[in-house]
Design a protein around this ligand. Structure first.
Ligand SMILES: Cc1ncc(COP(=O)(O)O)c(C=O)c1O
Length: 375
């Protein structure tokens, strides 16, 4: 049997990893500024994470949601304390798409409507409703195209006001910083307008924090930079530092009923332990503060590279925009300078999504490579 061939691969075989570095089977060390699509939040193989997961595995790794699992409550309380989101309940699942799928279902359940407003260059996942609200027709199968969705430009106030006149709209889904799309952000004014209008029209506002959440932008959630409170907040990626964990924070206004949502794997013992240990480390190492400080260092060093047109994004969810396509540059960074970076839908943007533990030394290593390559 062979693997179903859907991923173009770099010819690198990681064998071990520690903090910001990955080592391949040849013993070559790579600086990881991408974290496998923004997943590595507290650094590879963080000792606290490894210890807690090993201990948990020795006790019990998995049981389903048919028994009491105190780790879920512990996780919910810790999440509340670090995020400050006290008015929400937690539903646990395993991936970002699943979190968004459940959020979209909840919005539709709550309003008995079907249409969603989403934004150009958005990415929300590949399951049915999540991919329908993702602005990429090439990954939507005909079955996904049955879902009514209106795509608007980010920050298009007039377009948004007009779209909300449609009485069939059940939800708006929005990333505080677009990840896959290329690091564009809604303005504070736009976020406030969206939030206010949703409240007025009984439209559910879903903050997709799958990539920008869990401290990545310097606040626990990206929308917290804008002083608004969404109805539903989805998360995954950095939540488990590599263990598949996702979740939806559901405002307490929403009524639950048995069987309304469900999953076999979501919230299992290992998944909760992974997420709890990530929260421990974010708190103990003050990683949100580090994200803000390292953004400053990054932006300062970027001024030394004249080819950089713009630094996009926030915290440690950053992009360097050039006036050329970055595919070749990324390849050279990997194969010559041993540095992993990311691409985006905007082909001129090099995406940088390091672990929140990154320091000045690693940022310097990156910019020295960039200067050697470009100047
Ligand atoms: C903002 C956002 N939402 C949802 C997803 C989907 O997450 P997953 O790949 O875990 O299903 C992604 C993945 O890149 C994402 O960036």
């Amino acid at each position: 049997m062979e693997l179903f061939n859907v991923y173009p691969l770099y010819d690198i075989v990681p064998e071990s990893a520690d903090g910001l570095y990955i080592k391949d089977t040849q013993g070559v060390s790579y600086l990881d500024l991408y974290g496998g699509h923004a997943v590595i939040s507290i650094g590879h193989s963080h000792p606290h994470y490894v210890k807690l997961l090993k201990e948990q595995l020795d006790k019990i790794g998995f049981y389903s949601n048919s028994v009491v699992n105190p780790l879920q409550e512990k996780l919910a309380l810790k999440l509340q304390s670090l995020s400050g989101c006290g008015d929400y309940n937690l539903f646990l699942c395993s991936t970002g798409a699943e979190a968004n799928e459940n959020a979209l279902k909840l919005a539709s359940f709550a309003t008995a409507k079907t249409k969603v407003i989403a934004f150009r260059n958005s990415f929300h996942g590949r399951t049915s409703a999540a991919v329908a609200v993702t602005d990429n027709a090439s990954i939507q199968a005909p079955i996904n195209k049955l879902q009514p969705v209106e795509f608007l430009d980010l920050n298009d106030t007039q377009g948004f006001l007009k779209a909300t006149e449609d009485k069939e709209v059940c939800a708006v889904i929005l990333e505080a910083v677009q990840g896959v799309g290329g690091l564009d952000q809604p303005t504070k004014d736009f976020y406030k307008l969206v939030s206010g209008k949703c409240r007025e029209k009984n439209i559910i506002l879903i903050a997709d924090e799958v990539q920008c959440g869990f401290g990545r932008t310097g606040r626990f959630f990206g929308f917290q930079h804008h002083g608004i409170a969404p109805d539903l907040i989805t998360m995954a990626k950095g939540m488990g530092n590599g263990f598949p964990v996702g979740g939806v924070l559901i405002h307490k206004r929403f009524e639950s009923r048995y069987g309304m949502l469900g999953t076999t794997f979501g919230g299992n013992h290992l998944a909760c332990t992974a997420a709890i240990s990530v929260l421990d480390v974010i708190e103990q190492q003050d990683l949100m503060k580090n994200a803000i400080e390292m953004e400053k260092v990054f932006r300062q060093m970027a001024t030394e590279v004249p080819q950089v047109k713009q630094v996009k994004g926030r915290g440690l969810m950053l992009g360097l925009e050039f006036d050329f396509e970055v595919a070749e540059l990324r390849k050279n960074l990997i194969y010559q300078y041993r540095i992993f970076t990311g691409s985006s839908k905007n082909k001129n943007v090099l995406r940088v999504l390091p672990a929140l533990t990154i320091g000045k030394k690693e940022i310097e290593q990156f910019f020295n490579a960039l200067k050697a390559e470009l100047i």
